[in-house]
Design a protein around this ligand. Structure first.
Ligand SMILES: NC(=O)c1ccc[n+]([C@@H]2O[C@H](COP(=O)([O-])OP(=O)(O)OC[C@H]3O[C@@H](n4cnc5c(N)ncnc54)[C@H](O)[C@@H]3O)[C@@H](O)[C@H]2O)c1
Length: 302
């Protein structure tokens, strides 16, 4: 057992399966006390079963760790508040919130229904806002009371959000929103001793096995195991990461990279006549780097 997160109280949403389950297991093996949240729905967010959260708690406890289950829906404001309160009431403090829960309802824009749009935006974007809001308010109150705070919010974006992926306007928009949320929240919460970072992972889970990733060989399956995402979460949740905030990390079992955000590219003085502006826009676009491909590389990299 490591000691990186000894006695740190960590909430992990969507920790009953996939990537979140690995976060919870590794954090617990490094001494963290975990609230394992999972409402136990299907991949598209339907249904509810308490099993996955309790199973992960049982695994942690069997290995000698400390954990409790929570089955609230983190995309409801009430559920988010109850989750954060449960962490503080059970373990007496809060150090890290890992916003990981997610669903998929992929569809081309032309066919996407209002319900598919709303469900994905709600679980990812509001499901990141709610737990972060209640945790941040707790840390602000502690900080204003003169207590020393060393808080962490770790969000889950996606390559789809920061680079783009066809068929995912709902999911990618939510994940891009989470990356922007991360940067802004990091600016707001620095004064209270709280860092805010995000990961954009890729791993083989039920979410990706039907997207072609399930067809890879055994060696690649091992490389794409969700267990390789957890070490970054464990370090980010620990006191060691205090100097890192407002970052989005692109991470798989094979590589870790800092995803660099939007920067102002080629620039020219403004024109007020649209006919004059057109050629200038074409010239600026020809000088600008193309958007990255879906792996974050320049399309010209080959
Ligand atoms: N697997 C990948 O390659 C990949 C890539 C990019 C981003 N992500 C993101 O990583 C996160 C984890 O994905 P995964 O691949 O482990 O998927 P998964 O389906 O295996 O696990 C997600 C878990 O979240 C839970 N959940 C869903 N809605 C919830 C809610 N409202 N409240 C509480 N729990 C809820 C589900 O029950 C499920 O157990 C998601 O945010 C996903 O978008 C995954």
């Amino acid at each position: 057992m490591g000691q990186l997160c000894k006695d740190r109280v960590c909430v992990v949403t969507g920790a009953g399966r996939g990537i979140g389950r690995e976060h919870a297991l590794l954090l617990a093996s490094h001494g963290a006390k975990i609230v394992v949240n999972d409402l136990g729905g299907s991949m598209d967010g339907e249904g509810h079963e308490s099993g996955p959260a309790h199973d992960v708690v049982a695994e942690i406890v069997a290995a000698g760790g400390e954990a409790v289950a929570n089955t609230d829906d983190i995309s409801s404001f009430d559920g988010a508040e109850k989750l954060i309160r449960q962490a503080v009431d059970t373990f007496g403090d809060l150090h890290a919130v890992v916003n990981n829960a997610g669903i998929l309802r992929d569809r081309m824009l032309t066919n996407m229904t209002e319900a598919e749009w709303d469900a994905v935006i709600k679980v990812h974007l509001k499901g990141t806002f709610g737990p972060s809001h209640f945790a941040a308010a707790y840390w602000r109150d502690r900080s204003k009371a003169g207590d020393s705070v060393d808080g962490r919010i770790i969000n889950t974006s996606s390559p789809s959000g920061i680079y783009g992926n066809i068929g995912q306007t709902n999911y990618g928009a939510a994940k891009a929103g989470i990356a922007a949320f991360t940067i802004i929240a990091s600016m707001e919460l620095a004064r209270y001793g709280v860092t805010v970072n995000a990961i954009a992972p890729a791993a083989l889970t039920r979410m990706t096995e039907n997207l072609g990733m399930g067809k890879v060989d055994d060696e690649m399956k091992e490389k794409l195991s969700p267990k390789w995402i957890a070490p970054l979460i464990c370090w980010l949740a620990s006191p060691e990461s205090a100097s890192v905030t407002g970052r989005v990390f692109d991470i798989t079992g094979m590589e870790i990279a800092v995803a660099e955000g939007w920067h102002k590219g080629p620039t020219a003085p403004a024109r007020h006549d649209p006919e004059e502006l057109g050629p200038l826009v074409l010239d600026l676009v020809s000088q600008a780097r193309p958007n990255a491909d879906m792996f974050g590389h320049d399309k010209t990299d080959g």
